[in-house]
Design a protein around this ligand. Sequence first.
Ligand SMILES: [Zn+2]
Ligand SMILES: [Zn+2]
Length: 326
Amino acid sequence: MTEAATPEVRSKPILSQEIAFGIVHLLPLGALFTGATFFDWMVCLFLYVSRMFWITGGYHRYFAHKSYKTSRWFQFVIAFMAQTSAQKGALWWAAHHRHHHRYSDTPKDPHSMKVYGFWYSHVGWIVGPDFKETDYKVIGDYAKYPELVWLNKHYLVAPVSLAVFVTALGGIVNGGSITTMFTSAGLSTLFIGFFLSTVILYHATFSINSIMHYFGKPRYKTGDESKNNLLLALLTLGEGWHNNHHYYEVASRQGFFWWEIDISYYILRGLAAVGLIWDLKEVPKHILHSTDKQNAQELRKQMEKDRPPIAGGEVQKPLEEDVVDY
Ligand SMILES: [Zn+2]
Ligand SMILES: [Zn+2]
């Protein structure tokens, strides 16, 4: 449990600046006029699942936590694909998330449900004016790449490109020709395939910030309110193992045991198998089987003592540290 402290004063949203965010929520209703085809619903499902992966595997596990390595060109692909979810720039997303871990469930946490309540932690901090800017100092390890800074500043390029592509695809599949993309054929795919999945993605992601610090069980003592929850883990491709994640945030997996389903991790393993990413950080044994950080250190010392000596008097490499290296 964190100590009670005085919450910061957080500004209320300026409604005129949030009209676009509101309209995105209303656009799926456009399907009441265009109708929706089976294809549109399939696009909706596909764009939910695939973009959820890029949010968790990209924004979160790569940019916020550096839980694996990749090449410069694929790093750009990851940022672009994550940004198709319309959750702003990868550097903006990751910098705020690093703040969340640093100050979890204290007044400085951008979105603590414990300190600021459900609505603020879910959506208030996003629509309010306090967290609009990217703190490039916090994300200096990636802000040194000009292409990522460009993408971060022009964060609408990726979602708008996807929206246009999806509308054209709808025209071709529903209407038989790309020339029908601005009729009901293409627009229904835009409303349901793109916008509905975008809105559901928003609230699934926001739920990690809000209710994942409330509903579920903690396995480890982390000093914050983070919890593990299977249902959220299934809906968010693995992010529901949030207490595990707060305990050892640099790991590329958040389901620490085989029964903790973590689909993003399986996909990351697949990308590693084909050589697109590498050096996935695993969970050291002394972390896995401990109850809190002090206990983990004791286990680590014990495990180092128990290791058999190396022939020839060579010094054993120390066991992996549970440090955050960013
Ligand atoms: Zn959290
Ligand atoms: Zn995190």
